[in-house]
Design a protein around this ligand. Structure first.
Ligand SMILES: Cc1cc2nc3c(=O)[nH]c(=O)nc-3n(C[C@H](O)[C@H](O)[C@H](O)COP(=O)(O)OP(=O)(O)OC[C@H]3O[C@@H](n4cnc5c(N)ncnc54)[C@H](O)[C@@H]3O)c2cc1C
Ligand code: FES
Length: 286
C-alpha cells in the first residue's frame, strides 16, 4: 500500500493502491450504493471529469469505478457502485470507517473545459449519470461559458432514477434544462415514457444542432442509438463523446484486458469521440 502523504495527482506507482477511508456510505437504489472516500492524511485527490479509479475491496479484488463527485472538491472522492458481482458487491457493503484501496485516477475525460459558447447536451442512461455528473458539476461551475446546458435522463422506471435528490435540486434552481424519460411507469407518473431519443426533438427545439456538444453515457445500445439520433438531427459526430466500459485489470495499458479495437479503454478511453469509434460500435465482437 502506498503512503498517502503526497497529493494524489501524479501517480507514484500506478499499480500500488493507497488506502482511503469510507467517510460515508448510502444507498441510492436497491442495488446501488454511493461511497464518500477521504485520504487518511487529508491530502487532496484531483481528477478530471470522466476519469475512473480502480477500487480494491480488501481480500476480494479490484473493479474500475468512475468518479462521480465534483472535481472542485478535491478533499473527497465520490463513487456510485452497482452490485453485480463479487467485487462490486463487497464495495457496496462497505460502511463508514472501513478502508478501501484506490488506484487512479485513470483514463481520458469529458472535454468540458475546452468547450466555449456551445449548447451542452448530457444524455444519461441509468447509472450513466454517475460518470457524467463531474462534467455537469464542472459545466455548472463555469455556466457563463455555455449557450445552454441540458440533461436528458433515461431510466427503466421512476424508482430507478439515479440521484433523484440531485435532479430535483437542479430543476428547482433552474441550473440546467432537464428532460426525464422512463421505459415504463404507473399512472402516477406524469413525465415522459420512452427511450432517450424520443426526448431529442424537445430538448433541441430552437437550438442550432451545429452548436451542440453531446456527452453520452449509459448502456452501449443507448449510446449507439442516441448518437445516431443526434447525428440525424444534425449534431456533428465530431462533437459527440461516449464513455465506454470494458473489463479491466491493470488500468494502465499493459494487460490488454480492456482492448477495444486498436484502443485500450483504460488509457485511450473511457471517454472517446464518437467519430473515432463509430464503426466499432456496430461490431458485436469488439
Ligand atoms: C471505465 C469504467 C468505469 C466504470 N464505472 C462504474 C461505476 O461508476 N459504477 C459501477 O457500478 N460500475 C462501473 N463499472 C463497471 C464495473 O467495473 C464492473 O461492474 C465491475 O468490475 C464488476 O466486477 P464484479 O467482480 O463485481 O463482477 P464480475 O463478477 O466481474 O461481473 C459480474 C457481471 O458483470 C459483467 N461485467 C463486469 N465488468 C463489466 C464491464 N466493465 N462492463 C460490462 N459488464 C461487465 C460480467 O460479465 C458479469 O456478467 C465501470 C467499468 C469501467 C470499465
Ligand atoms: S486494463 Fe490492462 S490494458 Fe486496459
Amino acid at each position: 500500500m502506498r503512503d498517502s502523504a503526497e497529493p494524489h495527482t501524479a501517480i507514484a506507482d500506478p499499480m500500488l493502491p493507497i488506502a482511503m477511508r469510507v467517510s460515508e456510505a448510502w444507498r441510492e437504489l436497491d442495488d446501488v450504493v454511493s461511497l464518500r472516500l477521504v485520504t487518511k492524511d487529508g491530502a487532496p485527490f484531483a481528477f478530471a471529469p470522466g476519469q475512473f479509479n480502480m477500487l480494491y475491496a480488501f481480500g476480494v479484488g479490484e473493479a474500475a469505478i468512475s468518479i462521480s463527485g465534483d472535481p472542485a472538491r478535491t478533499g473527497e472522492l465520490l463513487h456510485t457502485i452497482r452490485d453485480v458481482g463479487a467485487v462490486s458487491g463487497a464495495l457496496t457493503r462497505l460502511k463508514a470507517g472501513d478502508e478501501v484501496g484506490v488506484r487512479g485516477p485513470f483514463g481520458s475525460s469529458w472535454p468540458v473545459d475546452s468547450e466555449h459558447d456551445r449548447h451542452l447536451l448530457f444524455v444519461a442512461g441509468g447509472l450513466g449519470l454517475a460518470p457524467l455528473r463531474p462534467a455537469i458539476y464542472r459545466a455548472l461551475a463555469t455556466r457563463h461559458r455555455f449557450a445552454s446546458i441540458t440533461l436528458i435522463m433515461g431510466a427503466r422506471s421512476p424508482r430507478d432514477l439515479l440521484y433523484p435528490y440531485q435532479l430535483a435540486g437542479w430543476t428547482a434552481s433552474h441550473a440546467l434544462r432537464l428532460n426525464i424519460t422512463v421505459d415504463h411507469a404507473g399512472p402516477e407518473w406524469t413525465g415522459s415514457v420512452g427511450v432517450v431519443t424520443t426526448e431529442f426533438a424537445r430538448a433541441l427545439a430552437g437550438i442550432d444542432p451545429a452548436k451542440v456538444s453531446a456527452y453520452l453515457c449509459g448502456p452501449e445500445i443507448m449510446m449507439r442509438f442516441g448518437a445516431m439520433g443526434l447525428a440525424d438531427m444534425g449534431v456533428s459526430t465530431e462533437r459527440m463523446w461516449l464513455s465506454m466500459e470494458r473489463s479491466m485489470k491493470c488500468a494502465i495499458g499493459l494487460c490488454g484486458h480492456c482492448q477495444f479495437g486498436p484502443d485500450f479503454v483504460c488509457k485511450d478511453g473511457p471517454v472517446f469521440r464518437h467519430d473515432e469509434i463509430a464503426r466499432r460500435l456496430t461490431l458485436k465482437e469488439i
